[in-house]
Design a binder for this molecule. Structure first.
Ligand code: TYD
Ligand code: MG
Length: 453
């Protein structure tokens, strides 16, 4: 009998080779190759042209029912999913350790169980007693959730087969092992095989399956990227552990958009919903302070007001100035500084620059450029931006202020929170009593703020 082929699989990207190497040839990571059993002994003798069944091909216009949705009752969670869990679908939720994945899913499981759904929660990381204690702390001690601590996929599937189940949580997929594959739990082929079996069961039985996934240092779901391809929905649970807010974001969604987020705050009784995120990120602002600007960020279709803070310190000539950024891209800060210097004549090259987004928020919206520029100009000139103003717009390298998506949405949110001025790209219209000032070029903003004509 031929010896079973061994292969070396990269634990970062999933690529396989037959020879061990120190560095993965595909993704360039070091020391990620681990020996695993090859999955199939695929023989060249297999002739694919014989023996298959013909499959019936269908048309696009045939009537098919909308998939059944299950609202878990946590509005922020349902919103991030695009309207609740879909029966027979698989959802992967990733996030840093301790961010609150188990808490969130236990809360969702408890709500669904109380609403009469049949719910199974399998923990591979915690003992059943631990999960039970947490449920009691969350006020869900009386929810009829079926709970088990298990890691064998075969046992789990045998258990699920005995009953009809609407909602299954597997916490986490990295702890599961399938006996079809002989490698350790957490390795790429184990994770893939376990997920495959669980997902197949969910599709066959019509249960909504949720897999918890660990994330690596750089924030991608640990082990195989393939896991993201196998599931229908990928959610990322983000936030700073030292801050209380958490954002649940759809990264991939076969049943809805990926532009909705759910905002939560971690408290003593688990994750609470935050219906008005702006109030969370706008820290207590006291009057007109130089270097502080409010920016209406857009998360999907949802505006969130955040405070951009800048500090500049002029140095004696010769010293190398420091640039430190928290919550924004440092490359983009360098770009805004360069545009201010080259197009507007602001000599900031010799000054130390610190930029901070308040509340531990991370900005990715390109419309933040103008708000950052305004904060820098304000800090540098020690002239405050009016505290009732919001600022947004994208900057080009030539110093033009470019229009951005959904300006009306941003202005409306600001009006709701009591702001009365909007500074942004030229051509936008005021809404709900907000007076707007449009800028075609960054120089015009500098002139206004410095009182130049
Ligand atoms: P957990 O859900 O275990 O995180 P994950 O599954 O993503 O690793 O969350 C654990 C953290 O949440 C822990 O640091 C304690 C905190 N926490 C609260 O602050 N309040 C609560 O009510 C609960 C249940 C947890
Ligand atoms: Mg956990």
């Amino acid at each position: 009998m031929a010896k079973a082929k061994r292969q070396y699989v990269c634990q970062n990207c999933g690529s396989a080779t037959y020879r061990w190497q120190g560095q993965c040839a595909d993704c360039g990571e070091w020391n990620t190759l681990v020996e695993e059993a090859a999955e199939t002994a695929f023989s060249a003798k297999h002739d694919l042209s014989k023996g298959g069944r013909t499959i019936a091909l269908e048309t696009l216009d045939a009537a098919s029912p909308m998939p059944e949705r299950m609202l878990c009752g946590i509005a922020e969670f349902d919103r991030a999913l695009g309207g609740g869990f879909v029966a027979g679908s698989a959802t992967l939720i990733g996030g840093d350790p301790g961010i609150g994945k188990s808490t969130l899913l236990l809360q969702a499981a408890g709500r669904l169980a109380k609403a009469g759904k049949s719910v199974v929660y399998i923990s591979g990381e915690e003992a059943a007693a631990q999960v039970r204690l947490r449920a009691q702390r969350l006020g869900l001690g009386d929810a009829p959730v079926a709970l088990a601590s298990a890691t064998s996929v075969r046992d789990i599937l045998a258990t699920l087969d005995r009953q009809t189940v609407d909602f299954v949580v597997i916490d986490s997929i990295q702890t599961m092992h399938s006996d079809l594959i002989d490698s350790a739990p957490g390795t790429v082929s184990q994770v893939r095989a376990s997920a495959q079996e669980l997902i197949r069961h969910a599709k066959d039985s019509g249960a909504a399956l949720v897999l918890v996934g660990h994330v690596t240092k750089d924030g991608t779901i640990a082990g195989p990227r393939v896991l993201e391809h196998m599931v229908d929905t990928v959610l990322a649970f983000e936030g700073e552990r030292s801050h209380q807010y958490r954002i649940l974001r759809a990264v991939k969604n076969r049943f809805g958009g990926t532009d909705e987020i759910g905002v939560f705050a971690m408290g003593d009784e688990g994750l609470g919903e935050v219906a008005n995120p702006s109030s969370l990120f706008l820290t207590d602002r006291s009057g007109d302070v130089p270097g502080s600007v409010v920016f209406p960020a857009l998360e999907g279709t949802r505006p969130v007001l955040v405070e951009v803070q800048a500090l500049t310190v002029r140095l004696a000539s010769g010293a190398t100035p420091r640039r430190a950024v928290v919550g924004w891209d440092s490359g983009r800060l360098a770009m805004v500084l360069a545009v201010l210097e080259a197009r507007c004549g602001l000599q900031m090259g010799g000054a130390e620059v610190y930029l901070n987004i308040a509340g531990g928020y991370r900005l990715t919206d390109p419309a933040a450029d103008l708000a950052v520029a305004a904060a820098l100009i304000s800090a540098f000139s020690e002239r405050p931006v009016p505290s009732d103003a919001i600022v947004f717009g994208e900057l080009s390298l030539s110093g033009e202020v470019r229009p951005v998506a959904h300006d009306a949405l941003r202005l409306r949110e600001a009006a709701k929170l009591g702001f009365s001025r909007g500074w942004g790209p030229k051509g936008m219209k005021g809404v709900n009593g907000i007076g707007v000032t449009g800028f075609g070029r960054l120089g015009e903003l500098v002139d206004l703020m410095l009182g130049r004509d």
